[in-house]
Design a protein around this ligand. Structure first.
Ligand SMILES: Nc1ncnc2c1ncn2[C@@H]1O[C@H](COP(=O)(O)OP(=O)(O)OP(=O)(O)O)[C@@H](O)[C@H]1O
Length: 234
């Protein structure tokens, strides 16, 4: 049986007029179910392209991507829509909450898209926001808003949680508390979590570290000495 996530010789070329940008070239790697995976690379390395392909938000030019045994790289539009809706939870750097809905409503609206969602109150409680459910995003700190966005992603019971620079807009300590929440979710619920970041220090907390450089997979490594989030420094 194959891995939970499989990238096989994936290339992505963006064409703008006559200009071609090779955002990913021949990228191959695997991620196992329940792993905490950090994909690290400098700005422009191809991390977002990779995450967007894995999340069904972008198509690839060449290669194959499988998730939980299904070849998502040849999905049609409806299949991709369902894949994004049911299988993938997204967490973004700037939270992307709806400003005129409360924390509870932000989570409920996402949960309504699915048939078997976790009740919004329960998932907000699980991320430590039991007493802030009726607040609007503007009344919450950055870290609290990110917790809402994680709750929103988890309410759908996704197979895979994809996080794009989840601590990029947060201060040091708040960033660490969000990383801890993501890691606890991975360990407690067996959730497969993938984080992309330019912060190489986060690699130390991962089970699997994938380094991306100029559109190439530079290395894939299992981490034998996982550093507790509290001890990370950058
Ligand atoms: N829609 C697009 N059209 C054309 N070029 C693109 C597009 N999206 C990304 N690129 C290019 O592909 C390359 C990889 O970009 P990507 O956003 O994946 O890198 P990244 O590692 O996520 O960078 P950052 O950390 O700055 O977000 C870059 O050269 C970028 O300019």
């Amino acid at each position: 049986m194959g891995a939970f996530v499989e990238f096989e010789n994936v290339s992505k070329i963006y064409k703008t007029g006559d200009v071609e940008v090779h955002a990913l070239t021949d990228a191959s790697f695997e991620i196992q179910k329940g792993e905490f995976c950090v994909i690290v690379g400098e700005s422009g390395a191809g991390k977002t392209t990779l995450l967007n392909i894995l999340g069904g938000m972008d198509t690839l030019s060449k290669g194959t991507v499988r998730m939980d045994g299904r070849d998502i790289s040849h999905f049609n539009r409806t299949q991709l829509e369902n894949y994004r809706r049911y299988d993938i939870g997204f967490v973004f750097q700037f939270y992307n909450l709806i400003p005129n809905l409360t924390a509870l409503e932000n989570v409920e609206i996402a949960a309504q898209l699915c048939t078997d969602a976790i009740p919004a109150e329960d998932v907000l409680r699980a991320v430590g926001l039991h007493d802030r459910m009726q607040n609007f995003p503007a009344q919450l700190s950055g870290g609290e808003q990110q917790r809402v966005s994680i709750a929103r992603a988890l309410a759908k019971k996704p197979k895979l949680l994809l996080c794009d620079e989840p601590t990029g807009a947060l201060d040091y300590e708040t960033g660490k508390s969000i990383l801890k929440l993501l890691q606890d979710t991975c360990r407690r619920d067996g959730m497969t979590v993938v984080i992309i970041t330019h912060n190489a220090a986060l690699a130390a907390m991962a089970d699997r570290i994938i380094r991306v450089k100029s559109g190439h997979i530079y290395s894939v490594r299992m981490n034998e000495h996982i550093t507790p989030v509290e001890q990370l420094e950058w």
